[in-house]
Design a protein around this ligand. Structure first.
Ligand SMILES: Cc1cc2nc3c(=O)[nH]c(=O)nc-3n(C[C@H](O)[C@H](O)[C@H](O)COP(=O)(O)O)c2cc1C
Length: 210
């Protein structure tokens, strides 16, 4: 399925947390990568792009995830895919080659590359793990929000989840749990039933101007 909605207001206002999906809907891996490419136009501090993604769309991986889903029992068996966003706590191991690619693509100067890479490495080495994880998760969350809106643009619905077993999900997927911190799982597919907008406090109530 290609892009089906381009009205940004509609994309914003039609996104609702979805927990039950139409099991007949599949999303091709090509389209999933396209949606992720769109989502990863998100900014990140120093453009360090710490996000890593695992798309769970096979029966085997769903089985692996089943006992780790906490109270979120309906998304795993019904969503077209579950997309796990991780923050890579060792961004230093890939940022050099990412920046090299940026220089080759004329999207970054060599001077900027040589200036930024050591800063990123230094932050990683000097930061206590909880602070580093919080900062990299903040970058990753921007891509996650974009992913939910991009999915809406493609005609799908999403449901964000943090209510899963953070301590075991990374190793269950055969990844290094010391390196990758789970940030959020996003269920994606076509919603079953009618969803309605939840309440938000008006901006006038939560904003001060100074
Ligand atoms: C960080 C985050 C974690 C969430 N975790 C869960 C979850 O584990 N299970 C769930 O059913 N909904 C979860 N939600 C969905 C929220 O309950 C939902 O977004 C919120 O009630 C607002 O509703 P709306 O998304 O329809 O606007 C989560 C949302 C966010 C942003």
């Amino acid at each position: 399925m290609a892009i089906v909605e381009t009205d940004f207001q509609k994309i914003l206002t039609s996104r609702h947390a979805t927990r039950q999906f139409d099991t007949s809907v599949t999303i091709s891996r090509t389209e999933m990568l396209q949606m992720l490419d769109e989502a990863m136009t998100a900014p990140s501090a120093l453009n360090r792009q710490p996000w890593r993604v695992v798309v769970i769309d096979s029966d085997d991986a769903r089985k692996t995830l089943k006992p780790l889903m906490g109270t979120n029992g309906t998304q795993n068996p019904t969503a077209s895919a579950l997309v796990l966003f991780l923050a890579d706590l060792k961004t230093s191991e890939h940022i050099g080659s990412v920046f090299d690619a940026a220089v080759s693509a004329d999207k970054m100067s060599q001077a900027a590359r040589d200036h930024l890479e050591p800063i990123i490495n230094k932050i990683e080495q000097a930061s206590p793990k909880p602070a580093l994880q919080a900062a990299l998760s903040m970058d990753t969350a921007l891509a996650i929000m974009q992913f939910m809106l991009v999915a809406q643009e493609h005609g799908y619905d999403t449901g964000a989840m943090t209510g899963f077993d953070h301590d075991h999900i990374v190793s269950a997927l055969d990844l290094d749990a010391n390196r990758y911190a789970p940030v959020m799982l996003i269920a994606v597919g076509k919603a079953v039933g009618q969803l309605s907008a939840s309440y938000r406090e008006p901006a006038s109530q939560i904003t001060t101007f100074k």
